[in-house]
Every structure is written in C-alpha cells, then in structure tokens.
Design a protein around this ligand. Sequence first.
Ligand SMILES: C[S@@+](CC[C@H](N)C(=O)[O-])C[C@H]1O[C@@H](n2cnc3c(N)ncnc32)[C@H](O)[C@@H]1O
Ligand code: SF4
Length: 372
Amino acid sequence: MEQASRKYSVFDVEVLKWELERIGVKALHVFTIWTHVLAHPDTEAHDVPGLPFAAIDMIKEKFKTLTSQVKDQETSADGTTTKLLIQLQGGQSVEAVIMRHDAGAGKYAGGPRQGGSRATLCVSSQVGCQMGCTFCATGTMGLKGNLSAGEIVEQLVHASQVTPIRNIVFMGMGEPLNNYKSVVEGIQIMTGRCFGLSPSHITVSTVGVIPRILSIANDLPGVNLALSLHAPTQELRCQIVPTAKAYPLHKLMAALNSYQTISRRRVLVEYVMLAGINDSDEVAHQLGTLLKDHNVTLNLIPYNPATSSDYKPTSQEDLTRFQKILRGVHGVRTTIRQEMGQDIAGACGQLVISQSVKQSPKLTDIEDMCSS
Ligand SMILES: C[S@@+](CC[C@H](N)C(=O)[O-])C[C@H]1O[C@@H](n2cnc3c(N)ncnc32)[C@H](O)[C@@H]1O
Ligand code: SF4
C-alpha cells in the first residue's frame, strides 16, 4: 500500500534490486536475503551474514523482513480450510485462504492437517475492488488500495508457515489484472529459485480486463488463466458485470482466442450460478454454443449469498441440470466448484472489511461472502 512513511518488504524485488544496485551492491544478494528471511522469519533482513555494510544500512533504513502480519487464523472443523486475516502496513487488511484438497471431510477433524501435499492458497491482490460485480461483496467496497508485489508474496510466506503450499489462485479480494505490475512481479518471485512454485500451479482469475489478458500470455508463460464469465450474451452480462460495457463479450472472446493462440493453455471459465438470472435451460444452450469450440473447462460456482445483493443460489438440482446440458448436449467440460470451509465462512473469495484491524481484530469483523 502507498503511504508516506512506508518501509518496503524485502520481497518488493524491483525496489530491493534497484536500491542495492544504487549503492553498488550486486542484485545477486537478493536471493541470499530471501533465503535467510525464509529460514529465519523472525529475524530482520539486515541480519543476513555476509552482506556489505552499505547494504545493511540501506536495508535497515528502507526495508522490513515482512511488512504484514497474521492477525487471526481460523481452521474449519474438518481441517480442510484455514483462513488467515493479514494486516498490511498502514492498518488495512486482506484475507488469504489455505485449502487442503486431499483432506477428506472428517478425515482431519480436530485440527489442521500438517504437511498437506496439495494445499492451495487463495491470495488477494487488492484491498477492495473497483469493478462492482453485482453479486460480489468485495465490489461494494470500491478500491481501497493495491497490494505491492511484496505484500502479495508475503501471503505465501505466512501460509507456508501453516502448511506447504503447492498451488496459488488469485481469487481473493481484488481484480489482479488491475494491479498488473505487482501481480506479475509477485508471481515471478513465487516461481523463482526461492519459492520454486511451478507456473502451471498458479492461476490468475480475471473478470476480463481485455488488454491485460493479451499481456499475461507473454509476461507469465505457463501460468493459468481463469475468466469470470457469468453470462453467455452481452445483454445478460451487462446486468451482472457492469464492466462488460467497457469490455464487451465479443471482444472478450476474441481476447480469449488470442490468449490461447499464444499460451496454448486450457482456460478455466468461472460462472456464478444465480437463480432465475443465468441458470435457465435457454441460457445453458447459449453458453454451450459460445464455449463448445474453445479449449476451456467451465466451472459452475454455487452463489454464496452476499448481504449487498438480492440474488438467490441456484438449487442443487438445477445446477446438475445445467451441467448436464453443457456436458451432454454441447460437450463442454463442466465441473461444479466444491465449497470448502463453510463453517468458517467459506474458502477464498469475497470479503468486506467492515472496520480497520488496528485494534484486536477478529475474523468475525469480516463478512466473508466467499464461494469456491
Ligand atoms: C473474488 S473474485 C477475484 C478474482 C477476479 N476479480 C475475478 O472476478 O475473477 C474470484 C471468483 O469469485 C467469484 N465470486 C464473487 N462473488 C461471489 C459470490 N457471491 N458467490 C460465488 N462466487 C463469487 C467471482 O465471480 C470470481 O470468479
Ligand atoms: S468478482 Fe472479482 S472483479 Fe468482480 S467485484 Fe468481485 S473481486 Fe472485483
């Protein structure tokens, strides 16, 4: 977050490299600093052995090991989901959610599973969001700020202290492609030597910021794209997703084509199921016709009621019927998103920060409208 007296995170790589180079210290030291910080998260970056004095003084003055801290942590009764409330420099907060896919319901009841091999971390890229999707609680906040690359990476650092993380999804608060530079830098760090995550285990979810969809294929090769579509026609999409007016459906589908020409990757199409709005048989056929010739997996997301909207979730029966039309008639690979951690108010996704967490925050201070 931008503020006058801020210190940078040591994971704000471009700033750290630039400041090191400015005082004549090789940027190679970045890796040494990170390795030290990850091995000793409680010590300061300037304690790193072997750093030149000039670098130590500069780091003391301008950088912190971690600029954010976990203020609360809650795990679902079945042990599958852990939600971290993370306070940023300046007092605002975001949420990051750990989901353990191989922890069967009840199997790990009584506590979080340690050492889970397939854990996915859902990260936030912004505080709030300016896109205003009508079903999304985060959208009602407006945009409060962009996370720096360091603040994005720090969510991984915090989560890794709970359990090893294998996958990252940018499906928390915010529109990642509206904070493009930080998201790209953050992912480059996550897939670099220190964290070593595979690009194919990272997914960036967007509501459809068309110019950036084209950039991401070049800037983040191997990283997955998820596209939040929610409607098969321009008219219906405009009702649900206001930014569809600026980024119309025909241009979005053209951007999807261009992305896939460059990346050659299957895209996850997300579709929040809203009863009586976008879940009829007619809409299912329109969606099937739109998607059948694309290399996509359609992911139907059960709507999680948000206080800010009057939408109702589609029934289980209608969800299955919708899926059958897409699969059976149009041959579109279609999955239904499994909800996890409902007893702790959902997995990764929507949240509204109802107050600053400067004073003893509780997760109950947050209304989490997460799906997933
Ligand atoms: C919170 S968004 C963040 C990423 C990005 N801004 C986007 O829209 O794709 C992640 C996913 O959650 C979905 N979502 C938002 N509000 C929801 C709700 N109330 N119920 C279910 N899913 C929701 C979005 O449609 C999107 O697919
Ligand atoms: S769904 Fe995504 S783009 Fe839309 S308001 Fe929520 S966070 Fe923003």
